[in-house]
Design a protein around this ligand. Structure first.
Ligand code: ZN
Ligand code: ZN
Length: 283
């Protein structure tokens, strides 16, 4: 049986996210470990981390996923941005370790015109340096991207290339984002499209690398390279698409984490219910 969760805010403290996860009936959840609008972060103090870990254990929330700050770009060809991004990724790995997170999810980055191949090399080296400098053992999961601008990690072949280039490649995971896949031209809204998508994913990275799914409907058209998340069932993937996704034996036992818009306070409740309904009807 799949496990369901939501990306939750840590504003007011890490344990606010765990309380909200329990309130919403989540099995798992995702957070940022720092303010997403800046690359600077104050260290996590031990009592804060202890309180978070015991709240997670008590509520049996698993997995705990941390999303890397959006400003990190480890594909950048610019040395200054790259240096800052590698330091930030190192810090993210340390914070994930302190919080006993299961996974740290990373957007591979933007190559800014240097090309996907050069980008993949920069990303792999950044991952290796961040593991060496942090000493952390938290698994980094590369997220597939929609293909906006110069994003790297849009095709599954690019995700494989990063794994192959990294010394830690054997132990890197994949986070499969349904909205990003749809934007990249992988039609996850139909059974036939899912057949092709999962076949390609399996032959490139191996399905066993997929640790969890970001369950997001899409406002953007198939292949439009747009990263615009929509409420479950209200976008172009639609309820039929999510039933098909949650009915797949390759995916249905994975954790599914929502990153859908929060326009009104009830949206999280509604999207979680829609996802659970799709799981029941899809199986
Ligand atoms: Zn993401
Ligand atoms: Zn995502």
């Amino acid at each position: 049986m799949a496990r369901f969760g939501i990306h939750l805010s840590i504003s007011g403290g890490f344990t606010n996210a765990t309380s909200r996860a329990v309130e919403l009936g989540c099995d798992c959840f995702q957070i940022f470990s720092r303010n997403p609008r800046t690359l600077r972060a104050k260290p996590i103090d031990r009592s804060e981390a202890d309180a978070f870990r015991s709240a997670v254990a008590q509520a049996r929330l698993k997995p705990v996923v941390i999303h890397v700050n959006y400003l990190v770009n480890v594909a950048s060809p610019k040395d200054e941005t790259y240096g800052k991004s590698v330091s930030a990724l190192t810090d993210e790995l340390s914070r994930a370790e302190i919080l006993s997170a299961d996974y740290l999810v990373l957007h591979p980055g933007n190559h800014l015109g240097s090309g996907a191949e050069a980008g993949c090399k920069r990303i792999a080296r950044a991952i290796d340096r961040a593991y060496e400098d942090s000493g952390s053992s938290v698994m980094i999961c590369l997220e597939n991207m929609a293909g906006a601008g110069t994003e790297v990690g849009v095709s599954f072949a690019e995700l494989r290339a990063i794994c192959e280039l990294s010394e830690h490649g054997e132990s890197l995971g994949i986070c499969f984002d349904t909205c990003h896949a749809y934007g990249a031209g992988y039609d996850v809204s139909t059974d036939r499209g899912l057949d092709r998508t999962l076949d390609e994913l399996d032959s490139e990275t191996g399905l066993n690398r997929v640790m969890f799914v970001h369950a997001n409907d899409s406002k953007g058209q198939l292949g439009a390279a747009r990263d615009r998340h929509e409420h479950i069932g209200k976008g172009l993937i639609g309820m039929a698409g999510f039933k098909a996704i949650l009915g797949r034996k390759e995916l249905r036992d994975l954790p599914f984490i929502l990153e859908t818009p929060v326009d009104s306070p009830d949206d999280q409740v509604r999207n979680l219910a829609a996802l659970k309904a799709a799981a029941e009807e899809g199986s």
